[in-house]
Every structure is written in C-alpha cells, then in structure tokens.
Write a protein that binds this ligand. Structure first.
Ligand SMILES: Nc1ncnc2c1ncn2[C@@H]1O[C@H](COP(=O)(O)OP(=O)(O)OP(=O)(O)O)[C@@H](O)[C@H]1O
Ligand SMILES: [Mg+2]
Length: 426
C-alpha cells in the first residue's frame, strides 16, 4: 500500500532580499505518512518544522523534491487545482487568536471551508457546521458569535471543527496546543485523537514538545537545521534515540516551556531583522536584539531542571569598569553581532547570560559619564541577586526595566526615583 503523503528529497529555500543571504530551510528531507496515522515532526525552534508543514499546504514553494498526496505530486499545484485540494488537506495552527477573521461570525468563518466542497444549500451547510461544533463540545449559540467572544481553548476547538468540516484526509497541526494551558492542552489532544479514531484522518503533527508528540504519534521525524536526522516509530525515537541531538531535545522537553520557545523565536526574529537592516537604524535594532536576548537568557536559566545560578560568574564590575571610555552604541552593536552566531549554537544559559550582561555593561558605559552609573549598576546587581535567589518573576521584571533609565533623563529626579524603587523592592 502506498502512503497517503510521501515527501521525497525536499529542499526549500527562502530567497534573501537586498543584502540578505538565501536561507536553506529544508535540505533533502524525505518523510511519509499513512492514512489514519500521525507523523510527529519535532526539532528545535528554526529547524524547519513549519516550513515542511507549509510546503505540504502549498504556502511555500519547494526548490527541489516531490510531495505526493494519494499518489500524485502536489508540490507544483496552484490556482484552482490547489484550492480543490483544500477539501483533502487542512491545517490547525498555533494561535487561535490570529487564525480567525475577527469581523466574521463563527458560522461565516467555518462556512468558508466548505467553499470547495460539492455545492449545498444554506440549510445543509448550517446543519453540518452545527454538527461539527457539537462534536467539539460547542452548541449552536456559537454560530452568530465572533472569535473574541471565546476563550483560547474554545477557539482552538473551533479551529479543529473548521479544519475537519470538509472531511479532509490530512490535517497539518502546527503547534496546535502550544499556546494553551496544560489542562486545556490535554483536552484538545484527546479531542484530536478521538476525531482521528472516528474519521481515520491523518495528522502531520508539528511540535517542539517531545512529551506531547509521543502521546500523539505513530511515527516521529526529527529535524535539525533543516535536515532530517532521525525517523522511526514513536516509542523507539523517544525511548532510545539514536542521535545526541534527539537526546538533547528530550532532556530539554522535560522542562518544556512554551515561554522559552516564544523567547527563542523572538530572538531569532530580532536577529534576522538586525541582519537584514542594512540602511535603517541599526543601533535601535541592536538594542531590540539585546532586549530579547536578555529576556531569553533569564528564561533559559530558570528553565533548567537544576538552578545553575552558581555557575553564573557575572563579570559586572569588570564589564563596566573595563570599557568605560568606549562609545556605548558602537560597542553594543559589536557585542550583539558577536553574540548572534553563538546563540545559534546551543549555548549554556549561564554562558549566554554572561555575554548578554557584558553587552549590557558596555552599553551602560556610555551613560556612566553622564552620572547615571548608580541606577544602572544597581539594576544589574539586582538582576544577579534575583537569579541567585531563584526569583524568576523579579529577574524578568528587572530585564524589562533595563531600558527605562538608559536615555539621559530630562529630569534629574527621574533617575533617583527609579533607584529608590529598586532599593525598596529588593
Ligand atoms: N518567510 C521566511 N523568510 C525567510 N526565512 C524564513 C521564513 N520562514 C522561516 N524562515 C527561516 O527558515 C528556518 C526554518 O523556520 P521554520 O519556521 O520552519 O522553523 P520551525 O522549526 O517551525 O521553528 P519554530 O519552532 O520556532 O516554529 C528558520 O531559520 C527561519 O528563520
Ligand atoms: Mg514553527
């Protein structure tokens, strides 16, 4: 029996514009999925999971390779032929807040998925929508409501109902539960499993969370930097991974943290923007990168199963005193650019935080001569204390507050008031 989905030697490239380099997001990837089964696709942020899903959905064009669905190559399909396929291949994305048009009722949004199905009367259409909503635990009062009137979990139920409405044979689930609370996640995952048993639909199940994927999948494929490095039955890959990368993914998922993933993703985006921005205000961009890096570093530190605070030798005084005569912005830019490739390799959080702190300290140096060193130094010191004492909320709050006093304050008392707040909260 041939597979429902057969991806062969798929290479996908994002073309760079201007001075931006081309990016190979997938390289020679081959995976397959049988009718009614689930292929879990895992890998760290940026490994190419969504790119694979989006290529199957026809949202991204492959450079090379074939995607066979039910025996025919769908990689090059466009226009009407592609739209026709939407009755067979559907998607449920991560964010139930952005996947609906806020100005359309649930009935309108769901009805759209039937646009390419055989024609039916309005009454028939409504009956099918109501039955599908009922199946995911919502009653017909949902029809006339707008997306904003539902919780995240309810909205994700509606996304699933919408995807399954045309009775597709394949659903691409891209981080479909990652934005939900753990208890809601479990309900949605079980709903997906029940619907699969009832309807025999196949899932391409994309997630960064290995504990979730094992629960859902028949087989698992592991991506690293756009390459398929491991593939096998779900229990085998999770219990006896053959690759060190998969082992690392598994230990990282013990502290699976969607906040962490969000931070890593925004760091990557900020860095991409910095790299792309040849003409704009690079110092502002560098600042943005530094902020996201700081946030990520703190989140990483606290995501460790065992606090690593002892390993943090923050070279704060050295950082500040040693570069006090350097122009802050130039130094910051250099520091951030130097950080960029290193964060791409999995750095230890402690090392990353140290580097970030150095960058911050170099930026601070420009202000020391303006008489604000007390406030800045106080905040960096407080951050170190918050990390040492395991106070995650405080550490993140401090990171968020770093930028406030960095511009020269028009009111000399402003900086004072800031310092006071820090002291009294410490
Ligand atoms: N539209 C785009 N243009 C340029 N590069 C892109 C584009 N989309 C993704 N990329 C790059 O391709 C690589 C793979 O991205 P992709 O979104 O597939 O990763 P992912 O595994 O889904 O990550 P995440 O877990 O964060 O969702 C990344 O380096 C990303 O920056
Ligand atoms: Mg993704």
């Amino acid at each position: 029996m041939s597979s429902l989905l057969e991806v062969r030697d798929l290479t996908v490239m994002y073309r760079g514009r201007g001075r931006r380099k081309d990016k190979v997001a997938l390289e020679g990837v081959s995976v397959s999925l049988n009718e009614g089964e689930t292929l879990g696709l895992v890998g760290e942020s940026g490994s190419g999971k969504s790119t694979l899903g989006n290529t199957v959905l026809g949202l991204v064009k492959p450079e090379r390779g074939t995607i066979r669905f039910d025996g025919s190559d769908i990689a090059g399909l466009t226009g009407a032929a592609r739209r026709k396929l939407s009755t067979q291949i559907q998607a449920v994305f991560q964010d139930p807040y952005t996947s609906f048009n806020p100005h359309r009722t649930i009935e309108q949004s769901m009805g759209e998925t039937l646009a390419n199905s055989p024609p039916m009367s309005r009454g028939e259409k409504r009956a099918r929508v109501v039955a599908m909503l009922d199946r995911v635990g919502l009653d017909s009062s949902a029809l006339s409501k707008f997306p904003a009137q539902f919780s995240g979990g309810q909205r994700q139920r509606i996304s699933i109902a919408r995807a399954l409405l045309p009775e597709p044979r394949l659903v691409v689930c891209d981080e479909s539960v990652s934005a939900l609370d753990l208890s809601v996640q479990a309900q949605i995952l079980n709903l997906l499993l029940e619907l699969q048993r009832e309807r025999g639909v196949a899932y391409l199940f994309i997630t960064h969370d290995l504990s979730v994927v094992r629960h859902m999948s028949t087989r698992i494929a592991v991506l690293e930097h756009g390459k398929l490095i491991e593939q096998g039955d779900a229990a085998g890959v999770t219990d006896e991974p053959s690759q060190p990368y998969t082992r690392r993914l598994i230990s990282a998922s013990l502290s699976a943290d969607s906040e962490l993933q969000r931070d890593r993703r925004s760091t990557r985006r900020a860095m991409t923007r910095l790299a792309a921005d040849a003409t704009g205000d690079r110092s502002k961009r560098a600042d943005e990168v530094l902020r996201t890096l700081e946030h990520q570093a703190v989140t990483e530190v606290f995501a460790q199963p065992v606090p690593q605070s002892r390993a943090l030798a923050l070279p704060l005084s050295r950082g500040i005193a040693g570069v006090a005569d350097v122009d802050g912005v130039t130094a910051l830019r250099a520091a951030v650019l130097e950080l960029a490739p290193r964060t791409a390799e999995a750095m230890t959080p402690a090392a990353m935080l140290t580097l970030v702190q150095e960058a911050r300290a170099r930026k601070c140096s420009a202000l020391i001569s303006r008489g604000q060193s007390g406030v800045l130094y106080g905040r960096i010191r407080d951050l170190a204390v918050a990390i040492e004492t395991g106070d995650r909320a405080r550490a993140l709050e401090l990171v968020g507050s770093f930028d406030e006093p960095l511009e020269p304050s028009p009111h000399p008392n402003g900086a004072r008031a800031g310092a006071h707040t820090i002291e009294s909260q410490a």
